[in-house]
Design a protein around this ligand. Structure first.
Ligand SMILES: *Cc1c(COP(=O)(O)O)cnc(C)c1O
Length: 406
């Protein structure tokens, strides 16, 4: 049975326990339990210092020279760091740039154009809204057909489900590594092999797995991946997303937002568009250098501790959350909507109850901060480096107190 004593014991033996103090607000008594690091990660204290310094030291003092000195290459150098530390990607395959939505648009478009003659895009009904909406828009734009996988809202896409919709007409498969709702962790290498056997390209949305679940994109044979940096990479609200494109594929993909920053010779300012070699071709306009600052500190921290330690902590946290909820009376009818097998879940646990909308609003007022996902899901986002077991226990106790009052 999960208990406060067990939470204290788990924290005492947690090799990452000291890392929590590196985050702003970890000592704020007004924040009882922050359980939404999978929507917006907490800032590192190092990032507060970095941002404060950026204005006078980088922007203010270097002015336009900053572009030549560092910023022009930052989308690629920072991309390489994210790739090495979190994605299992060799250098030259990751770029940091627009929002996740815009990068998804650009890469879905590029991928379907790279499979001429094939008319279908496969996506699942419970994929993140932006992913589904984009596929529908691009299908309309390119006269393609959307093939839907009816995925389980408490699970995710499985190999037989994918096999059932693939065929000679499949151009692209778009899936999420960790399902934003259930936390289901997809089997990327297996599903990628299945899609490739049908001759399709695969784009993995790794928003909810980057920096919480170890990845080996190169080893898994992934074609394209896109992910957020403001969730487990703690880049701050609206920090730019990244895109991974397997090296052999890069020159064959042409993305549709042909801006000067993706041009082979941006400062020639010449006529006609000619894409840059390598990952730069996936950039469009001037990227947000300010937005790239905070996530550098989180990449450094993840590098220091290593992804295996991050994953081990994540598994302990999610198991503890499930054990605690399992200890609640069955008559409360709170369901765990996240896979119980640790190897099939990411770093959040979703529980369901019809009163969770109202309860979440009350919890926020008390400094207990999970998030609510309609129609009745409460997501407990467990950010391995900034969440402690006692914090999680305190949050769950607050949920319990609200349920008792019903
Ligand atoms: C958070 C998230 C997004 C967000 O896209 P934005 O363009 O940053 O708003 C996209 N896909 C998934 C799976 C997400 O979890």
């Amino acid at each position: 049975m999960a208990s406060l004593a067990q939470a204290e014991e788990l924290d005492a033996h947690d090799p990452l326990r000291s890392k929590r103090d590196l985050f702003v607000g970890s000592d704020d008594p007004g924040i009882v339990a922050y359980l939404d690091g999978n929507s917006l990660g907490r800032p590192l204290r190092a990032s507060a210092a970095r941002l404060a310094e950026f204005v006078p030291a980088a922007w203010g003092a270097r002015l336009i020279r900053g572009w030549d000195e560092e910023w022009f290459d930052l989308p690629l150098t920072l991309g390489d760091r994210i790739g090495a530390v979190t994605l299992g990607a060799a250098p030259g395959q990751v770029a940091v740039g627009d929002s996740t939505t815009v990068l998804l648009y650009k890469l879905i478009r590029a991928a379907v154009d790279a499979r001429p003659g094939r008319r279908e895009i496969v996506v699942d009904t419970d994929n993140f809204p932006t992913d589904r909406y984009l596929v529908e828009a691009i299908a309309a734009e390119r006269n393609l057909v959307v093939r839907w996988i009816e995925s389980d809202t408490r699970g995710g896409v499985t190999a037989p489900e994918l096999e059932a919709v693939l065929g000679d007409d499949t151009a692209l498969v778009l899936l999420s590594h960790v399902a934003y709702r259930s936390g289901f962790l997809a089997d990327v290498p297996a599903l990628t092999r299945i899609a490739h056997a049908a001759g399709a390209l695969v784009l993995w949305d790794v928003c909810h797995s980057v920096a919480s679940v170890p990845m080996d994109l190169d080893g898994w044979g992934v074609d394209i991946a896109v992910g957020c940096t403001y969730k487990y990479l703690n880049g701050g609200p609206g920090s730019p997303a990244f895109v991974y494109v397997r090296r052999e594929l890069q020159e064959s993909l042409v993305q549709p937002i042909q801006g000067w920053m993706g041009h082979a010779a941006p400062f020639d300012m010449g006529p006609g568009y000619s894409p840059a070699p390598g990952m730069r071709r996936f950039l469009s306009g001037t990227p947000s250098i300010v937005g790239m600052q905070a996530l550098r500190d989180m990449v450094d921290l993840v590098d220091e501790v290593g992804m295996p330690a991050v994953r081990a902590k994540s598994e302990t946290l999610t198991r503890f959350a499930i054990d605690a909820v399992d200890g609640w009376p069955a008559s409360w009818a709170v369901d765990v909507a996240t896979p119980r097998q640790a190897e099939r879940r990411g770093s959040h646990v979703t529980i369901e109850h019809p009163a969770f909308k109202q309860i979440t609003a009350e919890l926020w007022r008390r400094g207990v901060i999970p998030d609510f996902r309609a129609p009745q899901g409460m997501r407990l986002g467990l950010s391995p480096l900034s969440t402690s077991h006692v914090e999680l226990w305190n949050g769950l106790e607050a949920v319990r107190e609200q349920l008792v009052r019903l």
